[in-house]
Design a protein around this ligand. Structure first.
Ligand code: NAI
Length: 245
């Protein structure tokens, strides 16, 4: 994957940074886009120091069409191309349906689903012209299973799976593939917000007996982004320790 360029959203920390690290270790140049611009630049600098690859940190709120277009333009201007887009940025605002505020529904759908749509649209303009590229959407186990207390998040992740299949159908003729990775419960800030008791109970429901790591998810992304996955499109790879089969 020498000299390829990957743009990863929400990559200042967590799973996104794990994906950035995994791809960088094999020579892929990395654009870290994150709403937290300072953290994006700091993480990009750290990654370059650790791996020796060229990186770029960009501040971008993926809900904002103008910021997304500018971010993709900046990445292409800097590196000349985008080969891999990883739509990773995502949030939770949990609550049972009757108690869920409209604002929390809108915010989660706006970041997790519309944000991915906007980034995809901007990147596809370049990938179509290049006649090559791959888009990897970070969905979730709950997008396939459903989950009490997460109607907004589940709807966004199920939507992301539908979006993935549609990109695959619309852009195969341009040699652009699209796949989703659906992580189970992964040890990041998102799940560290849960109580120790909830985390222990969760681990008991996982056949492999532990929460996953960012590296577990990143390895699946690395495979999908590699030439070895050239004939795979429109698929969902579950990385969940066997929690959902
Ligand atoms: P995290 O909360 O550690 O990191 C998310 C990053 O996204 C942060 O750096 C944040 O600044 C950035 N971000 C948030 N809103 C943004 C916006 N509007 N524009 C740009 N950047 C924004 O989350 P984590 O755990 O690393 O999750 C990454 C992805 O993996 C998310 O899509 C999440 O839904 C998904 N996922 C996580 C699981 C877990 O157990 N941690 C399980 C399944 C899926």
């Amino acid at each position: 994957m020498q000299k390829k360029v990957a743009l990863i959203t929400g990559a200042a920390r967590g799973i996104g940074y794990g994906i950035a690290t995994c791809l960088a270790r094999q020579g892929t140049q990395i654009v870290i886009a994150d709403m937290n611009g300072q953290a994006a630049r700091k993480s990009a600098k750290q990654l370059a120091a650790d791996t020796g690859v060229a990186t770029l940190g960009i501040a971008c709120d993926i809900c904002d069409r103008t910021q997304v277009a500018a971010m993709v333009r900046k990445a292409v201007k800097h590196f000349g191309q985008i080969d891999i887009l990883v739509n990773n940025a995502g949030i939770t605002r949990d609550g049972l349906i009757l108690r869920m505020k409209d604002e929390d529904w809108d915010l989660v759908l706006s970041i997790n689903l519309k944000g991915a749509f906007l980034c995809t649209k901007s990147a596809l303009k370049y990938m179509s012209k290049q006649r090559s590229g791959t888009i990897i959407n970070i969905a979730s186990i709950v997008g396939a299973m459903g989950n009490a207390g997460q109607a907004n998040y589940v709807a966004s992740k199920a939507g992301l799976i539908g979006l993935t299949k549609t990109i695959a159908r619309e852009y195969s003729n341009r040699n652009v593939t699209a796949n989703a990775v659906a992580p189970g419960f992964i040890d990041t800030a998102m799940t560290q917000a849960l109580s120790e008791q909830v985390r222990t109970d969760l681990a008991k429901q996982i056949p492999l007996g532990r929460l996953g790591s960012s590296g577990d998810v990143a390895n699946a992304v690395r495979f999908l982004a590699s030439p070895a996955a050239a004939y795979i499109t429109g698929q969902v790879i579950h990385v969940n320790g066997g929690m959902y089969m």
